[in-house]
Design a protein around this ligand. Structure first.
Ligand SMILES: [Zn+2]
Length: 356
């Protein structure tokens, strides 16, 4: 899809423009929206406030008018989430219009494995919800495999509404070739804008392959949809803080980065540049700081690095090149420091099968 001038976002918000924004949004939790409201300064940025209190939180944020705000109710998460057949709350839709959000996101329930009825219910309700509404589709990961992806593509094209996927997985929904291949197929065959909510670095891959926009969580909990555990207590919140190591293009546990630095700094041929971050927030400090820095500082670093990558990655070729560069750095670190860090699954998942 073509890239257009960022100003079109505010000037022309009709549905047809959504396929060409290629925007990277920072997805922030509603209860910390004010804290994170300064994250993301790129012209092609934006903020997506997420959670039950998102409308109120978004209303309280003062942002640059060129920087869009979106609101996601996140009704699809947690043990008591409704099925996708649940009716949208008209007040939730109308309140987004009153707030003048860049687009209106539906407060969808969850679409489980093979639950076509729930999928269709969300899409049908979206077609009836008026202009500029994007269907949030919280999906079991089987919807990206056959026959799910074919059904999904068919239903999306039939209903002709933009959709934003939320992919459910305990670790990384786009960590397998099967899932990435399904997403590529959907992006290729969909006749409407496709976007991603609650994603991570793979959001850049999706944009490179034609996604309209992607929202990357500033916290681990907002970087994918965790499966609801109906039998026992909810899973513990993800305790670790994760920072992007720029040359590895990986969200990594901050404690692990600090351990790596402690190991490497005694090395006689130390290349310190690998362990320092050049972004404005880090100011060339070593990355062991992520273990103790303020949560906001960590988020600003992560979004800054993503914005820089977003500028560099303009299509599938530059996305694959960025992955190969990061894999090369992993191998180099293994040789140089005997660090046995394993590249994340999404890297090989996004590379074409024939080339490795
Ligand atoms: Zn940094």
């Amino acid at each position: 899809m073509d890239t257009t001038d960022a100003s079109q976002w505010s000037e022309d918000r009709n549905r047809n423009e959504w396929g060409s924004t290629s925007r990277l949004l920072a997805q922030v939790p509603a209860d910390k929206a004010e804290v994170f409201s300064s994250v993301g300064h790129d012209d092609n940025a934006g903020i997506l406030v997420s959670g039950a209190g998102a409308l109120i939180a978004a209303a309280g944020i003062t942002r640059n008018p060129t920087c869009p705000i979106l609101v996601d109710r996140r009704r699809y998460a947690g043990r008591n989430r409704p099925r996708g057949t649940a009716r949208f709350d008209p007040a939730w839709i109308e309140s987004q219009r009153a707030l003048d959000t860049a687009i209106v996101l539906t407060d969808s329930g969850y679409v489980g494995e093979g639950d076509r009825e729930a999928l269709v219910a969300i899409l049908e309700q979206t077609t009836m919800a008026g202009d500029n509404v994007c269907a949030v589709l919280p999906l079991h990961i089987s919807w990206l495999a056959e026959p799910g992806v074919k059904l999904l593509t068919g239903e999306v094209n039939q209903h002709q509404v933009p959709v934003a996927l939320v992919l459910e997985h305990a670790t990384d929904p786009l960590g397998t070739q099967k899932a990435v291949s399904g997403l590529k197929q959907l992006l290729d065959q969909a006749q409407v804008p496709i976007s991603l909510l609650c994603t991570d670095i793979s959001g850049l891959g999706a944009i490179a392959h034609g996604a309209a926009w992607a929202a990357v969580g500033v916290t681990s909990a907002l970087r994918h949809l965790y499966p609801a555990n109906k039998k026992g207590p909810p899973p513990p919140p993800v305790p670790a803080r994760h920072a992007i190591v720029p040359r590895l293009m990986t969200f990594m546990n901050a404690g692990r980065i600090a351990e790596g630095w402690a190991l490497a700094r005694g090395h006689e041929d130390l290349d310190e540049n690998l362990w320092r971050c050049w972004c404005a927030e880090c100011g060339n400090r070593t990355m062991d700081r992520f273990a103790t820095c303020a949560e906001l500082s960590l988020a600003i670093h992560n979004i800054s690095i993503l914005e820089e990558l977003h500028q560099q990655i303009t299509g599938p070729d530059s996305w694959e090149r960025a992955i190969r560069d990061a894999l090369g750095c992993y191998w180099w670190m293994k040789d140089e420091y005997r660090l046995t860090w394993k590249p994340p699954g999404f890297m090989n998942a996004w590379l074409p099968r024939s080339r490795h």
